[in-house]
Design a protein around this ligand. Sequence first.
Ligand SMILES: Nc1ncnc2c1ncn2[C@@H]1O[C@H](COP(=O)(O)OP(=O)(O)OP(=O)(O)O)[C@@H](O)[C@H]1O
Ligand SMILES: [Mg+2]
Length: 348
Amino acid sequence: MADESTDRRDQQTDEATADDASRDAEFAGGAGDRDVDADRTSDFDHASDGRDDRTGGDPDSAAPELGKLNEDYTIPGVDPSDQQPYKWHTGEKRDHGGEDAIEIIDLVKQFGNTRILNGLNLGLPDNEVSMVLGPSGTGKSVLVKLIVGLLYPDSGDVLVHGESVPNMTDDELFEMRKKFGLLFQDGALFGSMNVFDNTAFPLRQHTDKSESEISEVVNSRLQEVGLAEAHYKMPNELSGGMRKRAGFARALVLDPAIVFFDEPDSGLDPVRTALLCELIREIHEENGGCYMVISHDLSTARRIADFLAVLWKGRIVESGPSEELFESDNDFVRQFLNAEVEGPLAMD
Ligand SMILES: Nc1ncnc2c1ncn2[C@@H]1O[C@H](COP(=O)(O)OP(=O)(O)OP(=O)(O)O)[C@@H](O)[C@H]1O
Ligand SMILES: [Mg+2]
């Protein structure tokens, strides 16, 4: 029914991998992507019914909260024989002493009968660098897509600066996206544009700046990321690290209040990873805002994160200031943040 068709749309959106790179490029470039907006538009038809109707109105819609784990849906990483899959999930939110820029409330996201997020609650502090860690395939990238409105939740809410993303109209979402910078894993550059034009794209799309004003912003951003000499290079002439830095410059041209980095360090050598981390910290210190970094890399976490959240089995195990999480006595958090072999997480 309504929920199922949403799932199908989401799957079509995401499984059309051939188009993913260009769609990501358009999103990261700040464009109101036609495909994605088409998905959103149809989602909004169903969103406009209102949250309560959506989850409870149609008894056949298999409202996610009415389903039963291992009967109606499964969760990757949850063993059906485990009677207490959430015994390590205290959900404890250690106080970070500031305001949250992003609040995620009871978020559920399911593809078919595989539930990826199962009532996730998380607050991401403003003016800090946060990092979400978790085993591969636990839904970190899905979480980012839900926050920026590329995917629509089955239930629950995402508030960005207090405004509900799933309940936004397309126009409101388009406006909201100007607040976001998004660095995809591979940089998601437009293959047919040089570095300068890739970086200028969001400014041309979203502002009335003249070409000389645009040049000024683009030059200074490219300078900051060490690509001052690479203006005229095409993406296929760049190394992986340079592509990430170009994606980073582009993510920042609109001075976004919220920046997402999905695995900024993957595929980089240790020195380049350290340099990229330094760059993220420096630019954050200069601009402030809410940065959300997704990574598996514990040294990246130690280098840049003020705040950490650990995701597993569709929920946050614990979140809080990073120095406190690194000292956590939670078995799972300790195992994961110290890369220990012994603990709740096994290879299967
Ligand atoms: N559109 C989709 N349709 C069906 N399944 C999907 C879709 N998008 C993601 N998934 C599934 O959701 C799960 C979580 O995916 P996601 O990419 O968020 O993981 P991740 O935590 O980012 O992993 P990694 O650390 O490997 O990047 C995976 O099992 C993936 O196959
Ligand atoms: Mg991912």
